[in-house]
Design a protein around this ligand. Sequence first.
Ligand SMILES: [Zn+2]
Length: 117
Amino acid sequence: MRLKSSKVNEFRLWGLVMIMVGMGIMILGTAGIVFWGPKVQWLAGIFLILGMIAMLGSVAIYFWAGILSTSATVLECPECGRQTKVLGTTDRCMYCKTILTYDPAYADQADQQNDPQ
Ligand SMILES: [Zn+2]
């Protein structure tokens, strides 16, 4: 897993990106009418629908992230001592980004990635 932050935070980030993209598409669609006149109204309609789909997608991601975070294991991070949520066997701390794992096979690898050098 090459995640730069914890999975819960990653989902929230993608949810936010999807909302931004959705809003951007909707704004572009409406801006199209301003620039090219009412004859491109059909195009604006398509853009609005695409934007709506992107925003619904982001809602779905947020919803999924919410469900996942309720099933995540809450533990105290050994690095920063704060309560964090772990999804799956390997995840990063939500606060200090330390890789936390239950799998002994990945423990050495995680240690190397956590090395400040
Ligand atoms: Zn931590």
